[in-house]
Design a binder for this molecule. Structure first.
Ligand code: SF4
Length: 60
């Protein structure tokens, strides 16, 4: 599994960046991006997103 940001839904509010305890999220060009090397899959950013833009997905 990995965290996936839906770029169509992401408004770049940065709420996920504030809650991530691992510094794995950044806003880049107005959209949240995940540094998967830092993400420990705790899922804290998922409910933090006011736009329902963050989900777990199964890696292909
Ligand atoms: S799942 Fe946790 S560690 Fe990964 S980006 Fe979201 S808040 Fe950060």
């Amino acid at each position: 599994m990995k965290i996936c940001i839906d770029e169509k839904k992401c408004q770049g509010s940065g709420e996920c960046v504030k809650v991530c305890p691992h510094g794995a999220l950044q806003i880049f060009n107005g959209k949240a991006v995940v540094n998967h090397e830092n993400c420990d899959l705790d899922g804290l950013c998922i409910p933090a997103c006011p736009h329902d833009a963050i989900h777990f997905i199964d890696e292909a």
